[in-house]
Design a protein around this ligand. Structure first.
Ligand SMILES: Cc1cc2nc3c(=O)[nH]c(=O)nc-3n(C[C@H](O)[C@H](O)[C@H](O)COP(=O)(O)O)c2cc1C
Length: 433
C-alpha cells in the first residue's frame, strides 16, 4: 500500500465533513423524514434520505408547506392525454425539514446517466448538505435500469456520473458529492474500483461490506475494509463503513480497528434509532419511548399513514402483543389508542383529518390565507420517462398532499433565491460523543 498522506479533498462551504460521523443509512420506505428526525433526536450526526430515482425528481415542483414546516417536492398526477381532474391529488416525491434536518441531511440519488443526475441534483441541491450516488442497491428495480449495484459493473459510467456531479453541482451549490458502494468479489477488483472513484473529486465514500449477491442477513465481510480506508485516506476522501454496525459504542471500536472515518447504520436504526446514543448518554431507549417520539414526528408532519404503519412494524418488537394489535389499526387515532398514547388523542384526530383518513367536520375553520404564491415547476431538461419500476417506487415512497396543506402552501420558484436558508451544521460530534 502506498504511503498514507494527510491530503484532503476540500469540503465545500455548504457541505459537511463526513469524518467522525455516525450516520443513518439510506433506506427506501423506512428512511422517510419522520425516521430521519427520530435518528437525529437520538444523536445521529447525519441522515441519508431514501434513494430517489432521478426521473422521479425531475419535473417536480418545490413547495414550502407552512403547516408541516417542510419543503416538499411534488408532482401532479399524470393523466396522459386526458384532462387532469380538479380534485386530483399531487404526490410528494420527496419531503425534508429545513429547520430540523438542516445541513445534516444527505440526498441519495438513483441514476444511470450523468446529465439526468445533474438535472435532478440541481432541483434539490440547495436544500441538502450533500448528494450521494447509490451504487450498491442489488434490487432488480434498480439494477435493471443500470442503477444501484449495476454501476459497480460499469465503472466508466459511475465515474462519469460522479465527475459530472462534481463539475456541475459543487461550484454552483457548494455541497459535496459522495458515493455508496458494495465490496466486489476480490480485494483487487474493489481496489481498482475505489482508486477510480476517489479520483473523481468526491468528498466521501461509503463501503457496504457485503458483495452484491449477499443477503442482508449474511454477516458483513471486513477483510477489504482497511484497504478501502487506506485508499480513501491517501486520496483525501472520507471513508464510512457500513454493514452490521449496531450502535455508537461498537461503531467507535470498529472505526478505530479498521482506520475508517465514520460509520453508517441501517437495520439496527430501523429497529431502534436510539442506537445512535452512547451508553454514557443512556444507550438504547425502550421501544415504547421511541415509538411515542416517532408518533409525534409522523403526526406533526402529516406523514402518509401507510408509511407510518410500515415503520411502526419495524419499531415495535414482533413478539409484543402491541405488534399484533397494530396490524388491525387503520388510523393515527387507533394507533395512539392501541399504544395508550392518551396525550396524543387530539393530535391524532388532527393527523387523521390532515392525511384524509377522516373528514374534516369543520373545513372552513381551517382555511387560512395562502402566503405568497410565485412560480411553480422545477425545470427539467430531460424528458420524463415513466417506467414500471419508477411507478412502483412512487407508490411505495410518495405521500399525498393533504387538502389543508394545499390551501396553505407556498409554491416557490426553483431558484437559489427562493430557497429557505438552512443553518450550518455544528462541528462534528465525534463518534465518542
Ligand atoms: C429497508 C431498507 C432499505 C434500504 N434502502 C436503501 C437505499 O435506498 N439506498 C441504499 O444505498 N441502500 C439501501 N439499503 C441498504 C442499507 O443502506 C445498508 O447498506 C444495508 O442495510 C447494510 O447496513 P446494515 O448492516 O446496517 O443493515 C436499504 C436497507 C434496508 C434494510
Amino acid at each position: 500500500m502506498a504511503e498514507v498522506t494527510s491530503k484532503m479533498v476540500p469540503i465545500p462551504s455548504k457541505g459537511v465533513d463526513y469524518r467522525g460521523k455516525l450516520v443513518l443509512a439510506p433506506m427506501v420506505r423506512t428512511g422517510e423524514m419522520p425516521l430521519r428526525l427520530l435518528a437525529l433526536h437520538y444523536g445521529a450526526d447525519l441522515v441519508w434520505g431514501p434513494e430517489t430515482v432521478d426521473y422521479s425528481l425531475i419535473g417536480t415542483t418545490r413547495v414550502v408547506n407552512p403547516t408541516t414546516k417542510t419543503v416538499d417536492f411534488i408532482r401532479n398526477p399524470s393523466y396522459a392525454h386526458r384532462h387532469t381532474p380538479v380534485n386530483a391529488r399531487e404526490s410528494i416525491i420527496y419531503r425534508l425539514h429545513p429547520e430540523l434536518e438542516g445541513r445534516k441531511h444527505i440526498f441519495q440519488i438513483g441514476t444511470a446517466n450523468p446529465e439526468r443526475a445533474v438535472t435532478a441534483a440541481r432541483i434539490i441541491a440547495a436544500d441538502v448538505a450533500g448528494i450521494d450516488v447509490n451504487a450498491g442497491c442489488p434490487k432488480p428495480f434498480s439494477t435493471h435500469d443500470g442503477m444501484g449495484a449495476a454501476l459497480l459493473k460499469t465503472p466508466d459510467k459511475l465515474v462519469s456520473i460522479l465527475e459530472a456531479l462534481v463539475k456541475e453541482i459543487v461550484p454552483e451549490f457548494q455541497i459535496g458529492i459522495s458515493v455508496k458502494i458494495r465490496i466486489l468479489e476480490t480485494a483487487a477488483e474493489t481496489e481498482a474500483l475505489v482508486r477510480r472513484l476517489v479520483a473523481t473529486g468526491i468528498t466521501a465514500l461509503t463501503v457496504h461490506c457485503r458483495t452484491t449477491p449477499m443477503r442482508p442477513r449474511e454477516k458483513a465481510i471486513r477483510g477489504q475494509l482497511k484497504m478501502v480506508a487506506d485508499i480513501c485516506r491517501e486520496a483525501g476522501v472520507a471513508c464510512l463503513m457500513n454493514g452490521d454496525v449496531e450502535d455508537r459504542d461498537s461503531a467507535k471500536k470498529l472505526v478505530e480497528e479498521f482506520g475508517v472515518d465514520g460509520a453508517m447504520i441501517a437495520t439496527a436504526a430501523e429497529k431502534n434509532p436510539s442506537c445512535f446514543r452512547s451508553q454514557a448518554d443512556g444507550g438504547l431507549a425502550p421501544w415504547q419511548e421511541v415509538v411515542s417520539k416517532y408518533m409525534e414526528y409522523t403526526m406533526d408532519s402529516e406523514n402518509k399513514y401507510g408509511n407510518t404503519k410500515y415503520v411502526l412494524s419495524r419499531l415495535v418488537p414482533g413478539k409484543k402483543p402491541a405488534y399484533q394489535l397494530l396490524q388491525t389499526c387503520k388510523s393515527y387515532s387507533a394507533v395512539c389508542d392501541t399504544l395508550g398514547l392518551d396525550d396524543f388523542t387530539e393530535r391524532a384526530k388532527a393527523a387523521d383529518i390532515a392525511v384524509g383518513i377522516t373528514k374534516d367536520p369543520n373545513p372552513q375553520a381551517k382555511l387560512q390565507p395562502t402566503a405568497t404564491t410565485t412560480t411553480a415547476t422545477a425545470t427539467a431538461s430531460t424528458t420524463m420517462t415513466t417506467t414500471a419500476s419508477i411507478e412502483k417506487r412512487k407508490s411505495d415512497d410518495t405521500q399525498e398532499v393533504t387538502s389543508s396543506a394545499k390551501r396553505q402552501r407556498v409554491v416557490e420558484e426553483q431558484t437559489a433565491q427562493g430557497i429557505t436558508e438552512i443553518e450550518p451544521v455544528q462541528p462534528a460530534v465525534a463518534l465518542s460523543a
